[in-house]
Design a protein around this ligand. Structure first.
Ligand code: OAD
Length: 242
């Protein structure tokens, strides 16, 4: 860990009036939740086909396999615990969280639900695939197999965003407002490759916000005012936010 960069970042955070966090799968990696890309050997998209498991087309061709895969991930999440990075951030209730993660580890660490904007939805819920309005909380320990919506008979599916789908509009609008009001954005554990989510970081930077990145690998970003601290979120966040 680069102590000079850490001090610089702490200084910026100390002076900032409004800070938000933009996070990705790397934030939950130390809780045992697999990332999607990156160098981790268990990265999901190096083992599974995203178009089969995370797209409308994949669901249409084999819905049971898609549900089984999400239920397997739900089982992993049921056994996971928030890590030191989640806990460090939960100690700062003023932080707003814009997260690409569909897990609930921030909330389980104690971050108020109202402070977490899940840009890509929640794996802890199912919704009607035909969008008739039915949404149900599910058990992570005992999720249900493929089933039909009680309202309209279409299939139920995880309430997450798949490739090619639009992000939840209300959440997106709130996230944009946050990015226009902050003076510092902490960007944690993301490969910075998935849009439109990452455009929120560009929006914040364009509005003059300082950007502090905490990641195990360098991210491909052309943001000007950027401090990049290389390392694990669970090691760095407690020191950064102490
Ligand atoms: P990725 O898996 O693309 O990137 C995770 C990043 O975290 C990589 O750059 C890793 O090097 C880094 N990383 C791993 N362990 C870390 C640790 N302990 N501390 C800090 N960094 C660590 O995940 P996302 O950027 O979140 O979409 O992926 C974006 C979206 O792509 C996901 O939300 C998902 C996926 O397809 C949907 O589900 C819609």
């Amino acid at each position: 860990m680069d102590e000079k960069l850490l001090t610089q970042a702490r200084d910026i955070l100390g002076k900032a009036e409004r800070v938000a966090v933009f996070s990705g799968a790397g934030l939950s990696a130390e809780s045992g939740i697999a990332t999607f890309r990156g160098q981790e050997p268990d990265a999901l998209w190096s083992r599974f086909d995203p178009m089969q498991l995370a797209s409308v087309e994949g669901f249409a061709s084999d819905p049971a396999t898609v549900i089984d895969w999400y239920n397997w991930r739900r089982g992993k999440l049921a056994q996971a615990q928030p890590n030191a990075a989640h806990r460090a951030m939960a100690g700062h209730p003023g932080l707003m969280h814009l997260t690409q993660n569909v897990d609930d580890l921030l909330e389980r660490a104690g971050v108020p639900e109202s402070n977490v904007l899940h840009l890509h939805g929640s794996i802890g819920k199912d919704r009607c695939h035909a969008a008739c309005g039915i949404e149900e909380d599910i058990s992570l320990e005992k999720p249900e197999p493929l089933r039909q919506c009680k309202g309209c008979g279409a299939y139920m599916r995880p309430a997450v965003v798949w490739f090619g789908e639009t992000l939840p509009q209300d959440i997106w609008s709130q996230a944009e407002v946050v990015c226009m009001e902050i003076d510092c954005l902490l960007v944690i554990g993301t490969s910075a490759t998935v849009y439109p989510a990452f455009s929120l970081v560009e929006l914040a930077a364009g509005q003059g916000s300082q950007i502090i990145v905490v990641n195990t690998e360098a991210i491909d970003s052309n943001q000007g005012a950027l401090i990049e601290i290389s390392g694990k979120a669970g090691d760095i966040l407690p020191k950064l936010l102490d």
